[in-house]
Design a protein. Structure first.
Length: 259
């Protein structure tokens, strides 16, 4: 008796081969994507660093401004106290000598001898109604005496200095005259001297600080308007009801009229 053979098992189906991608990404494009991602990360890190520095600088500027305000208030209170003490004892209070003068040119170049003309150039007073800050010492006082017929000057107070810098202040930045619209310009030019904001500049100018020269050279010559109401008599000294020469603290009223 013949035995039936078992049916043969069907052969296992062969696995399909892996298909290659239809459109492979070029290697140059992959490198470009990687570089772009790196630059994006670097840019984000730089933005974070700039923001962090700006926040820190803002805090530093605020603290400096607060310190200057306290200093000005103490100085004013000390002056008031000294005046009251002198008055109570029947004496007169004589304040300290001025350290800074604001000089304004009031006449042109006609009939100017060579020496005063050279002094006006050294003071950067090349046009009528130009103004500059000058530190007072023996040399500058002698220079101002020689050019008294062509300029008027006096001792500005804190309000006058601040108004001039904020309203009429222009910076000598990269050889050009640029408005001071941001503390970044000040920090870029004067940061190496410790002057990083406009309030630092006002403090140096008002107190004739150690960086007065650098701040004064950084500022462009102030270009003022003609005074409201006009000049009285330019050829006559101020003590003779004219306009020329030293007018001490009365320069502040003139600055209000010209600013």
């Amino acid at each position: 008796m013949s035995s039936a053979k078992p049916a043969a098992k069907p052969a296992a189906a062969a696995k399909p081969a892996a298909k290659a991608p239809a459109n492979p990404v070029p290697e140059t494009l992959l490198k470009k994507r990687k570089a772009k991602a790196n630059w994006k990360a670097i840019g984000a890190a730089q933005t974070r660093n700039r923001t962090r520095r700006a926040v820190h600088m803002r805090k530093v500027i605020f603290k400096r401004a607060e310190k200057y305000v306290n200093e000005y208030r103490k100085q004013e209170r000390a002056t008031i106290r000294a005046r009251r003490q002198a008055k109570s004892h029947g004496n007169f209070y004589v304040g300290q000598e001025a350290k800074v003068a604001f000089v304004i040119r009031i006449r042109g170049i006609n009939g100017v001898s060579p020496k005063p003309r050279k002094i006006l150039q050294l003071l950067r007073l090349t046009q009528i109604n130009n103004g500059v800050f000058v530190r007072l010492n023996k040399a500058t006082l002698n220079m101002l005496k020689l050019v008294e017929p062509y300029v008027t000057y006096g001792y500005p107070n804190l309000k006058s200095v601040r108004e001039l810098v904020y309203k009429r202040g222009f910076a000598r930045f990269r050889g050009q005259r640029q408005p001071i619209h941001d503390n970044k310009i000040v920090a870029a030019s004067l940061g190496k001297y410790g002057v990083v904001c406009v309030e630092d500049m006002v403090h140096e100018l008002y107190t004739a600080g150690p960086r007065f020269k650098q701040v004064n050279r950084f500022l462009w010559t102030f270009k003022l308007n003609s005074p409201s109401g006009g000049w009285t008599r330019k050829l006559v000294h101020f003590i003779e009801s004219g306009d020329a020469g030293n007018r001490e603290h009365y320069i502040n009223a003139l600055i209000r009229r010209m600013n």
